[in-house]
Write a protein that binds this ligand. Sequence first.
Ligand code: GLU
Length: 510
Amino acid sequence: MERKVRVRFAPSPTGPLHIGGVRTALYNYLFARQHGGDMILRIEDTDSQRFVPGAEDYINESLKWLGIKIDEGVREGGKYGPYKQSERRDIYREHVKMLLDNGKAYMAFDTPAELEEARATRPNFQYDASTRMSMRNSLSLPADEVKRLLDEGAQYVVRFKIEPGRDVVVNDLLRGNVTINSSVLDDKVLYKSADDLPTYHLANIVDDHLMEVSHVIRGEEWLPSAPLHVLLYEAFGWGDTRPDFVHLPLLLKPDGKGKLSKRDGDRLGFPVFPLEWHDPKSGEISSGYRETGYLPEAVVNFLALLGWNPGDDSEIMNMEELIKKFTLEHCSRSGARFDFEKGKWFNHKYLQEVSDEKLAEMFVPILKANGVNPDDYGMDYIARAVGMVKGRINFVKDLWDQAKFFFVEPTEYAAKDVKKRWNADMPRIMGELVEELKKAPDMTSNVLEQEILGWIAENGYHTGNVMNAFRLTVVGECKGPHMFDITELMGKDETIRRIELGIERIKPAE
Ligand code: GLU
């Protein structure tokens, strides 16, 4: 019988979620939704040393912002809870006991100093079948000694007793069978009595089993742990219900050389975190996609295509389409180069889908920050201005550069345009243009255009020169949307005022 698809995203709250982790969460989500399955969010916080306050909220907020919906988790609840590992101590204790009772694990009393000594004095020391009998553990020590140590309250760890010389096969749905000999594995620590907590390996396996996880989809960095996990499933007698593994390829630096790091982002000016992160210890602030001005839909689309392709040439796909199209078969096995310019392109594309009215609302705080009172213009004016320039923006914040002239008159005029377009005749010709405008009955773009072009022709002026000088006075430089669309929105009085200001202020280049 086909088992129900149940996947989990299992981050450790040790800091902000990296963009690679977000991609892992997204692939899990797409896979779950496509198969009508469940998406679990499990917080793996058994490493108390590395716990960072705020990280769990950050994870939740990030997934919410991106539209990755969780079916079962700390906030959502669910019948397999608790979903935070630090709240599952009893469960782990019980499972550690199972392994100790059936001889698959043992207690080790070696102190940190003794381990240090072993590492320092024996070449390539590894705690395993070849060395364990020379160490202090429940296999090497007499039973009464072990009992005495426990009665005394000595601290110990529980280690997995790995049988050497076995080929362990990890069946990865992306990579096929990956075989590793058990002799290279060490007797991993599964539990520490000092903090009464399991390590990642034990907690992860026990939870995947108890939560009936069907597919473990995670980053490639976890592939080396997979043979150990396979052996743990066997040790518990759960080999038959072991989840399928999928180890996703790394996200690579933009030049393709090596793993993407925060430093690449700092160096090249792009975020590697979904949301801005304020480090509680150092106070350092790391930029996030949200605060940089990305739309969540664009980030999702961009990330989906880093390591997966739809099998055709579609690029713009919203969450719904991604869910329909996603397949593990089309996930790549090799690393995906992090092309952040492509990320901007996606944002540009998604911004074009946002209505002018909505974009205008997003622009309001930026207007205010630049000292413009939106009420002086009204939302309709702002929306029309935004509509004219949105084709030129990658981010909402770019609207200011592109549309500020709709709100503030130019105070400077681009030197190279002045040089090219403003000769000694221009003040006079612009003066005539003012008179034409005063007479114009209608500022509607195409009507005024006819009229002004007619006037230019009648006088034998050069269209390009006159129109560019006109633009220079109104916009401050020779670029921007269609000139007569601008003047239609600005209105007659403001257009005339700006031409007159230009005549006064622009000095012909020598
Ligand atoms: N807690 C691990 C992490 O931080 C989970 C790895 C896994 O998915 O098994 O990514």
